[in-house]
Design a protein around this ligand. Structure first.
Ligand code: PMP
Length: 360
């Protein structure tokens, strides 16, 4: 069976050893005579899975004890509301750096529950860069500052974090969590949809400093209150059991393969291969300024829509799928998360070089 190289922005590739292990355990999880999908979430077997997932994630990311780890549902999109409902509780003001489509969604949702100030934006140049952080003025009484650490659609990432002083920094890390070493203590709260570097869609991971929990706005629905899920260890209701199980296997795969530091080394190598080619190509180019380029999502453009179409057809037929750019920006985009093998990027670049020669 031939597996394709899948460059989707998410859901995206999972590590092959994880899929194989899940296949082996599909009908009979460790002698229990059942699949993880069929198991009660209150069973001792499942308790081992969810606790094991949390323990491995804590190790992979170096999450200290004063942070809670939550396995929720509703995607990062639900966090756009859950964060303000829980954290807009003093001045009811939050500061945002607007770096693209997903930041904008976070901003518009926060506006329902308080004041959302945009302290910097890169909208003037189609979000092709990250605003300079030096000299940024945050509101000293803001309840939090929100950033999108990696912009999945625009292909940019923060290479440094803003200094927010005592104001908690909240990050939508959906598309670069686990892709490199990350100092969790710099953040008050991190959230991420699972379907890129963590596991299957349907699971949302939240890492939150414990002192920020417990002061949600009174209108907050029970399911949208972090305290509900902290108190019940992500078992207030039925959690996304199978997605958590696969995430556990992914965290273990990372630990067996050198952890976040090793992922970072390989991710830099993969991204460099593609960017080096794009910077030297006469046909394709990257629209993103060099210093702010994402390691995970690499958009690129050609001189015309006809060439885009021809390229996408040819590249798909050669076994490289989902390279079409996001509908809002067009062109192409290669998403190269942790599970994308080095060989996948190498072969894609070789294909692009051949295509360029044939279409010069
Ligand atoms: N934020 C970012 C940075 C994303 O890339 C995405 C999804 N691609 C979202 C938020 C929305 O996530 P979800 O579909 O899990 O709600």
């Amino acid at each position: 069976m031939a597996r394709v190289y899948n460059f989707s922005a998410g859901p995206s590739m999972l590590p092959e050893p994880v899929l194989k292990k899940a296949a082996e355990e599909m009908l009979d999880y460790k002698g229990s005579g059942q699949s993880v999908m069929e198991m009660s979430h209150r069973s001792p077997e499942y308790e081992g899975i969810i606790k094991g997932a949390e323990a491995s994630l804590r190790t992979v990311m170096g999450i200290p004890d004063n942070y809670a780890v939550l396995f929720l549902q509703g995607g990062a999109s639900s966090q756009f509301a859950m964060v303000p409902l829980n954290l807009l509780n003093k001045s009811k003001k939050a500061d945002f750096i607007n770096t693209g489509t997903w930041s904008k969604k976070a901003i518009s949702e926060a506006k329902r529950y308080g004041t959302a100030n945009v302290v910097a934006t890169s909208e003037d140049k189609n979000f092709s860069y990250i605003p300079k952080l030096d000299g940024l003025k945050f509101s000293p009484d803001a309840d939090y500052v929100h950033i999108t650490t990696n912009n999945t659609i625009e292909g940019t990432k923060f290479s440094a974090l803003p200094n927010t002083g005592a104001v908690p920094l909240v990050a939508d890390m959906s598309s670069n969590i686990l892709s490199e070493r990350m100092d969790v203590t710099r953040f008050g709260l991190i959230y991420a949809g699972a379907q890129k570097n963590i596991g299957p869609a349907g699971l949302t991971v939240v890492i939150v400093r414990k002192d920020l929990i417990g002061n949600a706005q009174p209108i907050t629905p029970v399911m949208f209150n972090y305290k509900t899920h902290v108190d019940e260890a992500s078992m207030y209701n039925t959690p996304p059991c199978y997605a958590i199980y696969i995430a556990k296997l992914v965290f273990e795969w990372m630990l067996e393969n050198g952890g976040a530091a090793a992922m970072e080394t390989v991710n830099k190598q993969k991204a460099a291969m593609l960017y080096d080619y794009l910077d030297n190509s006469k046909l394709f180019k990257s629209p993103v300024v060099k210093e702010d380029r994402s390691l995970m999502n690499i958009p690129f453009v050609s001189p015309s829509e006809d060439i885009d179409k021809k390229f996408l057809k040819a590249v798909g037929a050669a076994g490289f799928v989902n390279l079409k750019g996001h509908r809002s920006v067009g062109g192409m985009r290669a998403s190269i998360y942790n599970a994308m093998p080095v060989d996948g990027v190498k072969k894609l670049v070789e294909f692009m070089k051949r295509f360029e020669t044939e279409n010069a």
